[in-house]
Ligand binder design. Structure first.
Ligand code: ARG
Length: 580
């Protein structure tokens, strides 16, 4: 159990004994400054307000009933009724020694395993993945890794867009290319972007092409064998491209996680029938529409959610309703997390409301739309190439590696070329990922190469470098870190602050998992490295004259810092190295 949870339990008992009603919130938080102790119980203020009594007196009553002698050396009331808890160094030491001999660094598995479905990456296959696709992939993957680390059962779902009208023009163009004898794998689809552009040009300008494209969509949806074969060829090539990008990005999505839009084709008719039978959908100008009063505009007009087009065609919306049914009723998951651009928020609101009414989403399943902001260029506009084109994700990643290579060449090193290339790959990819993950998920952010590749500030290179520095101590000390453990003696304030931070990994992961926000882990790792630097300056480890016991205690702290950095970065999908 993490320290916060432990204090919540103790505080609840004390609040109960102090006569507070059940359900009172102890509001336990980490203290923001050492003078406020290590943790605070802030619940006295809220409870006192409700009962209209004096908060400080209530805080005293809670303290009188609080049993924390085993873990705290001091408790005190501050301000209007905060209760500050100063933890005992011995309590921290004991937990740290245990964490150091634990593969999971003292992070417990969830007692009750949850089944969590994570819908992420989910690109449209008509086009090549571009820079905007990085967010869903890396944020979703970090949350997936953290969930698994905490012992939850994760179902990865790549809800790829492989269906819809665009595919008519793409397969018509593909057919012509094939008929011309073009070798598909190598030429026509080598550059998906050009392929898309060419077919779009033909669609807009070439006589008869648009009609043929529309005809192909109808045929495709009716299951025509020829069109389906072309479609499959196109999809397979496009998927292959995405899989390469995942590999380069160190994202754990595999082909078996693909559950594309077309996978729901067979269910869409049933969904519409159900919505009609339950009077949830109604006909409007030939289309099937759900009117949602819950999302009415300020004039009281309900929000319009089209679930079937007037010609009978299905939409993105219909597929998402079918996906709700599959995920909640068939897979029976506890949570559904969907990582999608914030601009789709209305869509997911409409999906959830409709699906709940129709029983396509069970009450027990929580449906969590996890939006993210846009990546901006230095000019404050969505990030594009100089000429205004979209930036291909694969190109961006190659550029990251090449820039990291240049940057590392400025440093002295005795690594071989092969080692250097490997380091450059980890630094370049890590830099791009950390830059994205460390921002508050819902904000837009500016992408700037110099900032993200800097060795100073909150960046991947800074953290990777911090890791190599800690590791170099062990090389000097000649200690086998795998088995090394010793008693931890906490004397200096820098030791205590670092110790406390090390013990907060589980609390951070809980927050990251609950709110689907990897940036809290990014911040934590950055703070941990900074505290380590402060500790290292104040508390010599290998220096002559340091007593053996102290030296060993500090080595354990260093070891835990290294392991926590490596694990934390791994949960973000960022690799570390022993030298750089
Ligand atoms: N393919 C969609 C897009 O590129 C994202 C799909 C997200 N997931 C979903 N269940 N709708 O915008």
């Amino acid at each position: 159990m993490n320290i916060r949870q432990l204090l919540v339990e103790r505080a609840l008992v004390a609040m109960d004994a102090a006569g507070l009603p059940e359900g009172s919130n102890p509001a336990v938080t980490q203290s923001t400054r050492p003078q406020f102790g290590d943790y605070q119980i802030n619940g006295a203020m809220g409870a006192a307000k409700k009962l209209k009594i004096n908060p400080r007196e209530l805080a005293q009553k809670i303290i009188d009933n609080l049993s924390v002698d085993d873990i705290a050396e001091k408790t005190e009331i501050a301000g209007p009724g905060f209760i500050n808890i100063h933890l005992k160094p011995e309590f921290l030491s004991e937990k740290l020694v245990a964490a150091n001999s634990d593969e999971k660094l003292g992070v417990a598995e969830h007692k009750v395993e949850q089944k969590v479905l994570v819908d992420y990456s989910s690109p449209n296959l008509a086009k090549e993945m571009h820079v905007g696709h990085i967010r869903s992939a890396v944020i979703g993957d970090a949350v997936v890794r953290a969930l698994e680390f905490r012992g939850d059962k994760v179902v990865r779902q790549n809800h790829m867009g492989d269906w819809g009208t665009q595919f008519g023009m793409l397969i018509a163009h593909l057919e012509d290319q094939l008929n011309k004898g073009v070798d598909l794998e190598k030429v026509a689809l080598a550059d998906l972007e050009t392929f898309y552009r060419d077919s779009k040009t033909r669609f807009d300008d070439e006589d008869g092409f648009a009609d043929r494209a529309r005809d192909y969509v109808v045929k495709l949806q009716a299951g025509d064998a020829h069109c389906n074969k072309l479609w499959k060829l196109f999809i397979d090539t496009s998927v292959k491209h995405s899989v390469e990008v995942y590999k380069k990005l160190n994202v754990t999505l595999k082909p078996e996680h693909i559950m594309a839009e077309s996978a729901y084709n067979g269910e869409l008719n049933n969904i519409i029938t159900l919505l009609k039978d339950k009077n949830i959908a109604q006909e409007s100008q030939g289309a099937q529409v759900v009117f949602l009063d819950e999302l009415a505009n300020k004039d009281g007009e309900p929000s319009v959610f089209i679930v079937q087009k007037s010609g009978g065609g299905f939409l993105y919306a219909t597929t998402d309703l079918a996906a709700c049914d599959y995920r909640s009723n068939k897979l029976k998951v506890d949570r559904i997390l969907i990582f999608v651009d914030a601009r789709q928020s209305l869509h997911f609101n409409q999906v959830e409301l409709t699906a709940r009414k129709a029983g396509l989403l069970r009450e027990e399943t929580s449906y969590e739309f996890c939006p993210f902001g846009t990546i901006m260029g230095d000019d404050g506009k969505p990030f594009k190439t100089r000429s205004g084109d979209t930036i291909k994700l694969a190109d961006l990643l190659d550029e990251a590696i090449s820039r990291a290579t240049d940057k590392l060449a400025e440093r002295e090193s005795d690594m071989s070329d092969k080692e250097r290339n490997e380091v450059a790959r980890k630094v370049g990819i890590g830099a791009v990922k950390y830059a994205d993950l460390s921002k508050n998920r819902t904000s837009d952010y500016i992408f700037n190469w110099d900032n993200i590749l800097s060795f100073e500030g909150a960046t991947a290179p800074y953290l990777q470098y911090a890791y190599t520095r800690v590791r170099s101590i062990f090389r000097k000390a000649g200690v086998d870190t795998a088995t090394f453990n010793a008693d931890i003696i906490i004397n200096e304030p820098q030791e205590k602050t670092l110790a406390l931070k090390l013990l907060q990994l589980e609390e951070v992961l809980d927050q990251m998992i609950n709110d689907a926000t990897p940036h809290v882990l990014c911040t934590y790792l950055y703070e941990l490295s900074s505290l380590y630097m402060t500790f290292y300056e104040a508390c010599p480890v290998l220096k002559e004259g340091v007593e053996t016991e102290i030296k060993e205690s500090r080595l354990v702290l260093c070891n835990l810092v290294a392991k926590t950095l490596a694990k934390g970065l791994d949960l973000l999908g960022i690799e570390v190295m022993e030298q750089m």
